[in-house]
Design a protein around this ligand. Structure first.
Ligand code: F6P
Length: 320
């Protein structure tokens, strides 16, 4: 192995930069030539490679977003996309590719690997929904941000006797809503994985009101419904008893400086990706389980969404 390239793909996540930094620095220490690819697979197909040295990744530990830039690339879903990508890598004599992204990015990675390029995936997404890893790079930071939002809304909720419905990111997965909601002290958490009914929320809120609660904090994951719809429904059905507002922090949840946990995870995973490529492994994802890193076949990491921790959900509802 002489040359390794790294790209970030899909939605950006805090800690992706720290992972790139670790991949580049560990590769350089191992005597390899290291390349960054701008704008994910789109940039790969356009040949946007740049050789990286120690200085290129300086300061990346602290920054959010992706300095290499991200893109969602529909071409990689067509058969010609991965084939062209593999050919470009081959022409440039790149022996190994590190893909930092979510499940969509891994599907592309798997197809490139099928064309003979060694590929290792690092799970980088705020959704934490990738099978084979208990944590993805960016999840911890996004949870911190979401709980920070809820905490601050509580001030107004309490002061004005208002109810807030906070919409958490997560098109298919409720991990962020669950962890961020639990940490932020949400009273009700609605997830795409757990069926819910408007009437049940009404009942919960009515019960809370009879107990003397003057405000309620509801978190709804994107995939479970829209905050604005729920606000309209609550206003219409609680017959003026409730002043309800929606808060949609949106991409604020994807931004910001990564937490210590994300920085350390990203750095450890970055090092392991280089080691795996050097050992000749391919089509694997570096995952983490019980604090230990492990290599998991990309086929397992792309199969489905990682199922939610139902016990934690029950606990969140018990204490909320
Ligand atoms: O996958 C990460 C994520 O932030 C999801 O939580 C969200 O549903 C989606 O990306 C939003 O994507 P985009 O930024 O392309 O609108």
């Amino acid at each position: 192995m002489k040359k390794i390239a790294v790209l970030t793909s899909g939605g950006d996540a805090p800690g992706m930069n720290a992972a790139v930094r670790a991949v580049v620095r560990c590769g350089l220490v191992a005597g390899l030539r290291m390349y960054g690819i701008r704008r994910g697979y789109e940039g790969l197909l356009e040949g946007r490679f740049e050789e990286m040295d120690n200085y290129s990744v300086s300061g990346l530990m602290y920054s959010g977003g992706s300095r290499l830039e991200c893109a969602r690339c529909p071409e990689m879903l067509e058969p010609h996309g991965p084939e062209a990508a593999a050919q470009i890598l081959e022409r440039r004599e790149i022996d190994g590719l590190v893909v930092i992204g979510g499940d969509g990015s891994f599907r592309g990675a798997l197809k490139i690997a099928e064309h003979g390029i060694k590929v290792i995936g690092l799970p980088g997404t705020i959704d934490n929904d990738i099978p084979g890893t208990e944590r993805t790079i960016g999840f911890d930071t996004a949870c911190d941000t979401l709980s920070w939002v809820i905490e601050r809304l509580r001030d107004t909720a309490e002061s004005h006797h208002r109810t807030f419905v906070v919409e958490a990111m997560g098109r298919h997965s409720g991990w962020l809503a669950l962890f961020g909601g639990l940490a932020g002290g949400a009273d009700v958490i609605l997830l795409p994985e757990i069926p819910w009914e408007h009437e049940a929320i009404c009942q919960t809120i009515t019960r809370r009101m009879t107990e003397g609660r003057t405000f309620h904090l509801v978190v709804i994951a994107e995939g479970a419904g829209r905050a604005t719809d729920l606000v309209s429904w609550l206003q219409a059905n609680l017959d003026g008893e409730l002043e309800v507002r929606a808060c949609i922090p949106g991409h604020i949840q994807r931004g910001g400086t990564p937490t210590t946990l994300d920085r350390v995870l990203a750095t450890r995973m970055g090092q392991r990706a280089v080691q795996a490529l050097q050992a000749g492994r391919t089509a694997m994802m570096i995952g983490e389980a019980k604090g230990e890193l492990a290599e998991i076949p990309l086929t397992e990491a792309t199969g489905s969404c990682r199922t939610i921790d139902k016990e934690l959900y029950d606990l969140a509802m018990t204490v909320g």
